[in-house]
Ligand binder design. Structure first.
Ligand SMILES: NC(=O)c1ccc[n+]([C@@H]2O[C@H](COP(=O)([O-])OP(=O)(O)OC[C@H]3O[C@@H](n4cnc5c(N)ncnc54)[C@H](O)[C@@H]3O)[C@@H](O)[C@H]2O)c1
Length: 255
């Protein structure tokens, strides 16, 4: 028996590092998963790696209201219901001091990381309520509880989704929909490579060492280690958990 037998999950950022690992965990535990992302080829590769019988994909931009409606409808049309919504698509944007950060660069990060989550909640909640409830998991970050010089847009966006999560948790409790955030520290994905390169152009390895020295466990996390906590929150094992901030951070938040 899988922990998610009979459940249907939508995972945004589904072909990225963490989204793909979560989709695999969910499918391995019996769920059907719809992966949402921007690039069709990357999505096809992710679905093939996960196992095409239980996963499928749709190209959609999470900043678009129409696309969001489409991917939620597609999950219900393909699989008959919606039980789990993982709002995980995100961008790091430009890492620059506030005085050098352009308005466009700021707006772009907020559009994907905040508006995208708002739209997902707006469309997924009614579909999940129709299915009798479920679990919403939003990917925040240690940047959702700590400041980071150069990370104004990203830090603001990851704080903002904790506010969205808390509001949604209170609104959705009567519908038996639980809502929580997962807050990773640096994880081995494309996103950290980009941030390292931006912090120390041409010396990403040194930036990585510096980041790692700030992690009590002394290393980056792996996408699967984040996916395990997402699985816990998606499953009935967390049936009394809602409105919570779940750190997966090697101890960073204790420093
Ligand atoms: N990697 C880390 O260290 C880390 C730490 C904390 C939080 N996070 C968060 O985890 C989540 C997943 O990131 P990741 O590390 O897997 O990075 P990633 O870049 O591998 O994955 C992010 C995915 O989101 C997709 N995406 C971006 N904009 C989109 C849009 N407009 N519409 C649809 N999809 C879009 C990208 O195409 C990509 O596949 C993000 O929200 C990120 O902020 C990552």
């Amino acid at each position: 028996m899988g922990k998610l037998d009979g459940r249907v999950a939508v995972i945004t950022g589904g072909s990225g590092g963490i989204g793909r690992a979560a989709a695999k965990r969910f499918v391995d535990e019996g769920a059907k998963a719809l992966l949402v992302d921007l690039d069709e080829r990357a999505l096809r590769a992710a679905v093939a790696a996960i196992g095409g019988n239980h996963a499928s994909s749709i190209v959609a931009d999470v900043t678009s209201d129409d696309d969001t409606r489409k991917y939620v409808d597609a999950a219900v049309e393909r699989y008959g219901r919606l039980d789990i919504y993982l709002a995980n698509a995100g961008v790091e944007g430009k890492f620059l001091p506030i005085r050098e950060l352009s308005l466009d660069a700021f707006d772009r990060v907020i559009a994907v990381n905040v508006r995208g989550v708002f739209l997902g909640l707006k469309h997924a909640i009614p579909a999940m309520a129709k299915s009798g409830g479920g679990s919403i998991v939003i990917t925040s970050s240690v940047a959702g509880i700590h400041g980071f010089p150069g990370g104004a847009a990203y830090v603001a966006s990851k704080h903002a989704v904790i506010g969205l999560m808390r509001t949604a948790a209170l609104e959705c409790a009567p519908m038996k929909i639980r809502v929580n955030t997962v807050n990773p520290a640096p994880i081995e994905t494309r996103m950290m490579r980009s941030i390292e390169e931006q912090m120390a152009p041409g010396h990403a390895g040194q930036a990585k060492e510096q980041f790692q020295s700030g992690v009590p466990l002394g290393r980056y996390g792996h996408p699967e280690e984040v996916a395990d906590v997402m699985l816990f929150l998606a499953s009935d094992q967390s049936r009394y958990c809602t409105g919570g901030v779940y750190m997966v951070d090697g101890g960073v938040s204790a420093t």
